[in-house]
Structure formats: C-alpha cells, structure tokens
Design a protein around this ligand. Sequence first.
Ligand SMILES: [Zn+2]
Length: 126
Amino acid sequence: MPFELAMGSEISRRQFYARAQTLLADLDEARNGMKHSCAIRLKKRIEKLETERDQLKAFAVEMINASFEGGSFDGGDIQDIGVKHGLLRIEQREDECGERCACREYGFPAECYRKTNLVLEDSHEQ
Ligand SMILES: [Zn+2]
C-alpha cells in the first residue's frame, strides 16, 4: 500500500507503526547478535594472542637466563627449548620432509624439528 494511503486511515496507520516497531525490534536484535558474535570472536583472538605471547616470552626468558648462566648453547639445545615452549615440534619421519631441512643429513627414520605457526614467517593471520 502506498505510504499516503496507509497514513490516511487510523487502522492502516496503526498497522504501519506496529510493523515498523517490529522491524526496528528485529534490527536491534540482529545488531545485538552481531555485537555478541564479534565480541566472542575478539575474545578468542585475544586469548590466542595471549597464549602465543606467553609461549614466546617463556622461550625468550629461558634463552636469556641460559646466557646469564654462562652455558654455551648449540643448535640442538635451542631446538629443545623451542620444542619445550611450542615454537618447534618433533615429527617422526621415514623419508625426507620435502622442504629445506637438515633431517636428510642424518638418515631415516629421523626426528625432524618443524616450525610451528608461532615462528613460521608467513603465518601472520593463522
Ligand atoms: Zn625434515
């Protein structure tokens, strides 16, 4: 019904306002739902970032403390600390992992130290 006609009668005017109120309430509900789901996603993202920060900090603290203790760390020691704090993971390999990796130098089966998303160069949004 054209707007002018709808406003011409009390009944259709009431129907128009009732419908408008319903639509506004629906819109409000949709907005609140969107805010809620955005808040949940944001909360999960913050929790993930805090976990990653804690892992990186724990790795850094252990490395710095080791340097103060005067020990001399080699690559294997650093890899073990990386595994301990989730920067690296050990993968049992029966063959080459197909990437530039030192595991092939030691023969197979081998333990291959793989970077996790925390230290992969192209994992900003993962
Ligand atoms: Zn490998």
